[in-house]
Design a protein around this ligand. Structure first.
Ligand code: ADP
Length: 543
């Protein structure tokens, strides 16, 4: 009956554990869902901020190109071509060879932009150049070819034409104009180093982002900007470092006579000013925090599952214990009832049989008492201890009485109990507790040892303590188990297969009681095999 009841309660425990684990797994899923959601929000915030910062980078790039076109186009190329045109009109040197301008005038600055000035006489197909080096035949061919093209079509309104080309692997920019009346083409080749300086100057001269932004706190120092020619060779770079995620680049079109046609401008805003441009700035990745939260939740889940498993195992031990106790109660009770009835109804024939029946009733009722006392003591350990009364006792007579009391149980398996007791040994003990401890050890000795064995009980009094030893001729306790046998409900594996009944609480009660006497208990090999349990109790300081 009871085992059925307990197995039902076991089932309900299992389903409760399942429910709790199910709830915990749901919490984990919820945390994962929230983490995913948080990550998505962070990513979309980041994407928005990135796109705003890229827009600002585009604005800066456009502004830079516009400024550069105005500076270089108007104060550079246009000024130089106009000077050449004026010289041509005056019929003097368009190569500006000997023209010296006052330092720091627009003309002086513009002149530095030219590597060579050249003049093509298309009637005679002659070319004249300034500068000491002669221009290469490749360039000469190119200029003559372009010169004849230019004379065929009208000049644009600005009066100049700009060519970007590659000759012999080198990029060149030529700025040209024509004098139709005399079939002449003139112009200059752009000095790339000076062009780079002009670009740097343009960058340094004016802020690329409007000053109204963030109260003018955003200077060009926070802008990475690179300007490459159509062959990808860098003409200008504002700084070294940039955030690759914020980089934007665009090709320049043919505005302003194609002054920078097919050049590429690349820009990026320093993320440190993101906060000034976008509320909240560029959000930092929350992944580490989210991972930590997920790990913590998984950890808690594992801890909860382990705890549940432990409780489950304990519950099972208790269930086994209860059915073990019921079993142990049933056998002696049945014996007592049968022999009591036999006596009552005078079914036994001889006085000898009657005596045997009474012995059995006596033995079984002792066993029952011992079992019930153990259970009470064991449950007392967890529900508040029974009070002990210590009296200084000479132990040999007490132990002798206990062995007498045990004799019927020993007789039932024809075991002999031999003693070797120091008559003077005395210690402060609770007599009932000592009786229970010794009965447990004797009971185990008889239970686990062979029939007709000899159980030895010794009492000695070494310095400061007494020692009570109980040895048997049974299988002994393997070394690896000697720590564990004291735990409540613990039984050796071999007992599960054998028919020896037991509850696994006897030794736990013994150890707890020895501890309360301020003593210790140990188990060792008995001489000649078997187990020897030794109780040590101090003779002095009582706890
Ligand atoms: P129980 O005897 O009810 O099983 P105990 O707490 O008294 O519980 O003992 C725990 C376990 O220790 C026993 O199940 C048994 O395996 C082992 N044991 C105890 N005493 C002896 C002994 N004298 N010889 C061999 N094994 C023993």
């Amino acid at each position: 009956m009871s085992s059925v009841r307990y197995s039902q309660s076991g089932d309900s425990t299992t389903s409760r554990s399942r429910l709790i684990i199910g709830l915990l797994v749901m919490v984990l899923l919820l945390v994962l869902g929230l983490a995913w959601q948080a990550n998505q929000t962070m990513r979309s915030h980041r994407a928005t901020t990135t796109s705003v910062l890229q827009d600002y980078a585009r604005v800066s790039a456009d502004e830079f190109v516009r400024n550069a076109m105005a500076q270089i186009g108007f104060y550079g190329y246009y000024t130089l071509i106009n000077l050449q045109r004026r010289q041509a009109f005056e019929d003097s040197d368009v190569l500006l060879k000997d023209r010296v301008f006052d330092a720091d005038t627009t003309e002086a600055r513009a002149k530095r932009l030219a590597n060579h000035f050249f003049e093509l006489d298309m009637r005679s197909e002659q070319i004249a150049t300034s500068g000491d080096e002669l221009i290469s035949p490749e360039i000469e061919d190119y200029l003559l070819r372009r010169g004849s093209d230019l004379l065929l079509s009208p000049l644009p309104e600005s009066g100049l034409v700009i060519d970007h080309t590659v000759l012999g692997d080198e990029p060149y920019t030529f700025v040209m104009s024509t004098d139709e009346a005399s079939d002449r083409v003139f112009g200059f080749e752009v000095n790339r180093d000076e062009l780079s300086r002009w670009l740097r100057q343009t960058f340094d001269d004016a802020p690329l982002l409007p000053e109204s932004l963030a109260d003018g706190a955003i200077s060009n120092d926070f802008i990475y900007l690179r300007f490459d020619d159509s062959k990808g060779r860098a003409l200008f770079q504002s700084r070294q470092d940039y955030d690759p995620y914020l980089l934007v680049s665009k090709l320049v079109g043919n505005e302003y006579e194609g002054i920078f046609e097919s050049f590429q401008v690349t820009a990026s805003i320093d993320p440190v000013i993101a906060e000034m441009l976008v509320i909240g700035g560029l959000p930092r990745s929350r992944l580490p925090v989210l991972f930590a939260v997920i790990l913590l939740t998984v950890g808690l889940l594992i801890a909860a599952i382990l705890q549940l498993r432990r409780e489950h195992a304990l519950m099972k031990l208790r269930t086994d214990f209860v059915s073990e106790v019921s079993h142990e109660l049933r056998t002696p009770l049945a014996q007592i009832r049968i022999f009591a009835e036999s006596l009552l109804f005078k079914r036994l024939r001889s006085a000898e049989d009657e005596r045997r029946a009474l012995e059995i009733i006596d033995r079984e009722s002792r066993r029952l008492t011992n079992l019930v006392e153990n259970v009470l003591e064991f449950s007392g350990q967890s529900n508040g201890e029974r009070e002990l009364h210590f009296t200084h006792t000479v132990l040999a007579p007490l132990i002798g009485d206990i062995i007498d009391e045990f004799q019927p149980l020993a007789n039932s398996v024809a075991a002999r109990v031999e003693t070797e007791l120091d008559p003077g040994a005395a210690a402060p003990v609770d007599k009932d507790a000592l009786r229970q401890m010794l009965l447990n050890l004797l009971d185990n000795a008889v239970k686990y040892g062979p029939a007709e064995q000899c159980v030895q009980v010794s009492l000695s009094a070494p310095q400061g303590r007494i020692e009570i030893g109980v040895s048997d001729q049974g299988p002994g306790i393997p070394r690896s188990e000697r720590e564990k046998i004291w735990r409540g409900y613990y039984r050796l594996d071999r007992e599960r297969q054998s028919a020896i009944a037991g509850t696994g609480i006897g030794l736990s009660v013994v150890r707890e009681t020895v501890n309360r006497h301020g003593g210790r208990i140990r188990v060792e090999d008995a001489v000649g095999g078997g187990a020897r349990f030794v109780i040590e109790i101090p003779t002095g300081n009582r706890p």
